[in-house]
Design a protein around this ligand. Structure first.
Ligand SMILES: Nc1ncnc2c1ncn2[C@@H]1O[C@H](COP(=O)(O)OP(=O)(O)OP(=O)(O)O)[C@@H](O)[C@H]1O
Ligand SMILES: [Mg+2]
Length: 686
């Protein structure tokens, strides 16, 4: 190799080869004797934790945050923020279901019973069940590489020499804990000796068929001399990695003909039968079924309820007794968390299927519903879809889609006088006059299945991504366009079951459109009156007027240069904004002038922004003026004079600079709000 090929021109090679990584690699390659392992266990008995204890501790290791929501104490597990990837697969808005799930894990870790059940994540399609399991799998992998989550297994050495196997070194095919080598009758004493107050060791697994055979063969060879047998044992660190088939198994039902139980519990190695002369020799068996692969870690059952009945008993044994039955062998211990997931439709089928009754009885169902808070739902779309060069996403587009999808999931309030939109806002933490947290509790209580029905986030994702690439959106995805696409898509949405439902979802679109109108109206108003210069001008003018008024002088008209009486109409139009009655106007004006005079006396100038009431009055006045003088409504007509256009452009620029709009959506929104004002709605606003 020439120096040229080794030179790290990009700087990437050195990134990939750091001393840190080397140090980690070394640690993970740790090997030692059985005796070394015993010493480590004595020091830290928790390295013998079972799969559920590890799973629970793994999640906890990321820390928690506690808070109150509608008078309920919530524990948020930071693990589900997916911090290691910067939140790529973070789960939003499901703290309560995740808390329930964690309570099941906790009980299983403590050995209270759930460890003998199939944990079934159940919910409507697209509610993040697979994502949750994926996070747990990745977390389990990472944890096994940390100091805190380290776990160990062993391999046999010197087998060929001893005439027991053709391979000299053979790892335990099920990567068991080395403590499983402790003979049954000594287990209790050994466990007591190695346990500590903070962790009690329980050796309750039996050696797998292969290791059992090797153990017996070596015992024969050494007349049962334990130290001699254990000399053939090399303890190693075990790291879990799904893609290398270590410690994580998955099973997905396919069509029945292509599937048999060997997939779960392993298969005969025909090549080796000839050698050992017996198909029931564990040396001629591949312990590579999913249950065996998953030992020490996690077993995922995708769509577990579609499982063929033929596999049911394997699954039941695995959960209930932590045993599997590889073909031709005795019951074999396994230590793994078994998590299945299924959607609502399949679950309903199960309920009416007698055959599955045994399964149902051994299942702990954990509901994973849809999000019912808009501000959480919107995070899914904000994460997946961002403005890019050439494709801007208009403000409120994702938010309005999220609001709609949440509305499809909510039940109409029954007892309280509340619209479903108001309910959504309450859930979202917004203030609705006359309602408080007790009402939220009541609303949640009267709708127990809320979140298990409605539209899936996938539908929104599909429509957004489709809209972003079609011509329609051109360079900016606007909320109205998105809402229209969502509405149009309802016609052939496959999971909508009834016409009534379809109609209701359509009506909810109309509600969201109205909400959008109100939102942008407020936003444009703010953009219009956010002009500091104009505000200062209105204020200066007002002060000139009241100064002349209180001193009984005349004011010079800027344009004509003539002296005129103070403009009473103008002064009142400002004062009325903050409800100063006619009879109090003199007091108000005098007080203000006294204050300004006092400041001037000390060499200071007056800043209207320090006067809360006056500032509000000025802002409202400016908006009122601008609305007319900017003549936003003239956007609706075809002709616009230059001056108006300039003023409108200033507002537009403000929308672009300060409020996340682009040229296209700022123009659209101004036209849209202009048309609302033209309809006369504006009069309600001031
Ligand atoms: N609460 C949530 N937080 C973050 N993302 C979510 C949430 N709910 C759904 N998603 C997103 O929706 C999509 C579907 O999620 P996922 O595939 O995990 O659902 P699922 O429940 O397994 O669905 P199915 O029942 O169809 O298998 C993913 O892109 C996921 O990130
Ligand atoms: Mg899924």
């Amino acid at each position: 190799m020439s120096d040229e090929t080794l030179e790290d021109k990009t700087g990437v090679l050195s990134l990939m080869d750091t001393t840190e990584d080397l140090a980690e690699y070394k640690k993970l390659q740790w090997e030692g004797s059985f005796n070394d392992y015993l010493q480590m266990v004595q020091e830290n008995p928790a390295i013998t934790r079972n799969a559920f204890q590890r799973l629970y501790d793994m999640v906890l290791s990321y820390g928690v945050r506690e808070y109150d929501d509608a008078k309920k104490e919530i524990i948020h597990y930071n693990f589900f923020d997916d911090p290691t990837t910067g939140g790529k697969e973070a789960i939003y808005g499901l703290d309560i279901p995740l808390m329930k799930m964690m309570n099941v894990f906790k009980a299983a870790a403590k050995g209270y019973g759930p460890e003998k059940r199939i944990l079934l994540l159940h919910g409507p399609v697209g509610s993040s069940k697979s994502t949750i399991v994926r996070l747990l799998k990745r977390g389990t992998e990472r944890y096994s590489r940390t100091e805190e989550g380290a776990l160990y297994t062993f391999e046999w050495t010197g087998l060929k020499e001893a005439g027991i196997d053709d391979d000299d070194v053979m790892p335990c095919p099920m990567h068991e804990d080395p403590l499983n080598l402790v003979p049954e009758k000594r287990r209790k004493e050994v466990a007591e000796k190695l346990s500590k107050e903070e962790f009690t060791i329980d050796i309750d697994q039996f050696l797998c068929p292969y290791c059992n055979l090797i153990y017996e063969e070596l015992a024969k060879k050494y007349d049962g001399n334990q130290p001699e047998i254990l000399k053939h044992v090399r303890v190693k660190r075990f790291t879990i990695l799904e893609r290398s088939r270590r410690g994580i198994g998955t099973f997905q039902p396919k069509d029945e003909k292509n599937q048999d139980s060997t997939e779960l519990t392993g298969d005969i190695n025909y090549r080796k039968i000839a050698e050992y002369g017996d198909e029931f020799d564990p040396r001629a068996f591949n312990f590579k079924g999913e249950f065996e692969i998953a030992n020490r870690g996690l077993m995922e059952f995708i769509e577990v309820l579609k499982l063929d009945v033929a596999f049911l008993y394997d699954l039941l044994g695995a959960t209930q007794d932590h045993d599997i039955k590889p073909k031709g062998f005795a019951q074999t211990s396994i230590d793994e968390a078994i998590i299945g997931h299924t959607n609502e439709a399949e679950f309903k089928k199960l309920q009416s299927n007698e055959f599955m009754e045994a399964l149902q009885d051994r299942t702990i169902k954990i509901d994973i519903p849809y999000i019912t808070k808009t501000e959480e739902e919107v995070k899914i779309y904000e994460r997946a879809y961002r403005s890019q060069p050439g494709m801007h996403i208009a403000p409120h587009a994702r938010e309005m889609a999220a609001l709609w999808v949440v509305l499809t999931r909510l039940w109409e309030p029954k007892k309280l006088e509340l619209t479903v939109l108001q309910k959504a806002k309450l859930y979202d933490g917004k203030h609705i006059h006359g309602f408080n947290e007790d009402h939220i509790k009541e609303l949640r209580k009267e709708a127990p299945r809320e979140g298990l029905e409605g539209i899936s986030p996938r539908y929104i994702q599909d429509i957004i991504s489709n809209s972003m690439v079609t011509e329609k959106a051109s360079e900016c995805l606007a909320p109205f366009l998105l809402l229209n696409e969502l509405e149009a898509g309802l016609k052939n949405h496959s999971s909508i079951k009834t016409e009534r439902e379809r109609k209701r979802y359509g009506e909810l679109i109309a509600i969201v459109k109205q909400e959008f109108e109100d939102t942008v109206k407020g936003e444009v108003q703010r953009a219009i009156s956010a002009d500091q210069e104009a505000l200062a001008k209105v204020c200066a003018n007002y002060i000139d007027q009241i100064k002349a008024y209180t001193q009984k002088e005349k004011v010079k008209n800027k344009y004509t240069g003539e002296n005129e009486a103070p403009d009473e109409r103008l002064m009142r139009s400002i004062e009325e904004k903050i409800d100063i009655p006619e009879v109090r106007k003199d007091v108000f004006r005098t007080e203000l002038m006294t204050h300004i005079g006092g400041l001037a006396h000390e060499g200071q100038s007056f800043d209207y922004q320090t006067d809360e009431r006056l500032r509000k009055a000025i802002e409202l006045k400016l908006f009122e003026d601008q609305k007319d003088s900017i003549k936003l409504t003239s956007l609706v007509s075809a002709v616009i004079d230059k001056e108006t256009q300039e003023k409108i452009d200033v507002v537009k620029q403000r929308l672009i600079d300060k409020m996340g709009y682009c040229e296209i959506c700022a123009t659209d929104v101004l036209n849209f709000v202009a048309s609302i004002f033209a309809r006369g709605d504006a009069s309600e606003e001031s």
